[in-house]
Design a protein around this ligand. Structure first.
Ligand code: ZN
Length: 287
């Protein structure tokens, strides 16, 4: 996402209550937003995003797929280390191999991701990784850091003077909908989300190697590059990513008897694989 839109996003958030995470998973992390701020802001932004995607005909309304993704997502969220948020899962009819998390408990899954996953453990691995970003509050942490860095800048002052919080939010939603990317996180955040994801996956009874296999195929760029591009553009590929996940698997214990797949996944994947995608136009990072 371009700097400009990140700043617009931040402008919208100026004026929210200033608080610090004082307890729980993110204890000690610098975060200007309270859990309630994050829930409220997340809902508003997720609603805007949905309406943008709906305008573009990209919301995948198939009841079977939505129910499946919601059941899987809620189950995974219930096995994540902390549950500060209510979770909401949405399916977007987009060919790119991607999913993203909006702070406050909103996860968007692309049909392209379902289609690229070879089994349920792989899909669950990516969803658990996105849940990891939410649990860790990476979105509002990043926004807080950027806000602190830019608070004295004239851009911010000028932006505040222009006002129009909702207009800015709508612009941000439009930008996300047209590029297919939300925030890019640091390697440290990605690694933390991998760690939480792998543990969540394990405790949900899935083989965490599903996550390893998925990232392995991505890093080897197996598949149509234009479909992989969105994920790769927002997820730098740390060399030790797979090793990190494998280390966590070792720590957690035996992987015997863990689940790889389900007939529900196969049915949904079969359906999704038959989607005819309209011309998506450019679905690239704007930078
Ligand atoms: Zn990530």
């Amino acid at each position: 996402m371009s700097k400009k839109y990140q700043i617009i996003g931040l402008l919208f958030l100026v004026g929210l209550t200033v608080t610090c995470a004082s307890s729980g998973y993110n204890k000690g992390q610098f975060n200007l937003y309270s859990i309630d701020d994050e829930k409220r802001m997340g809902k508003e932004f997720a609603d805007q995003l949905l309406s943008e995607y709906r305008k573009r005909g990209r919301v995948y309304d198939d009841p079977q797929t939505n129910q499946y993704i919601n059941n899987l997502g809620q189950y995974l969220a219930s096995k994540s280390p902390e549950n500060k948020f209510d979770y909401h899962f949405y399916v977007l009819k987009l060919k790119g191999v991607n999913a993203f998390a909006v702070p406050g408990g909103y996860v968007f899954v692309f049909t392209g991701l379902i289609n690229y996953s070879q089994n349920e453990a792989e899909l669950a691995g990516v969803m658990a990784h996105e849940i990891g970003h939410i649990v860790s509050r990476h979105g509002t942490e990043q926004m807080s850091a950027q806000l602190a860095a830019s608070v004295a800048s004239s851009i911010l002052v000028a932006g505040v003077a222009l006002g129009g919080g909702n207009a800015n939010l709508a612009q941000l939603a439009l930008n996300v909908a047209s590029t297919g990317t939300f925030l890019s996180y640091s390697r440290k955040d990605e690694s933390e989300a991998d760690g939480i994801g792998a543990k969540t996956l394990y405790h949900a009874g899935y083989h965490p190697e599903g996550m390893v296999n998925f990232f392995d195929r991505l890093s080897k760029k197996v598949g149509d590059m234009s479909d992989l591009e969105v994920w790769l553009s927002t997820h730098p590929d740390p060399g030790d990513r797979e090793k990190h996940i494998k280390d966590i698997i070792k720590e957690e214990g035996s992987t015997e008897g863990l689940k790889w797949d389900s007939k529900e996944f196969k049915a949904v994947k079969g359906k999704v694989s038959r989607i005819k995608y309209p011309n998506q136009g450019k679905n690239k990072k704007t930078k």
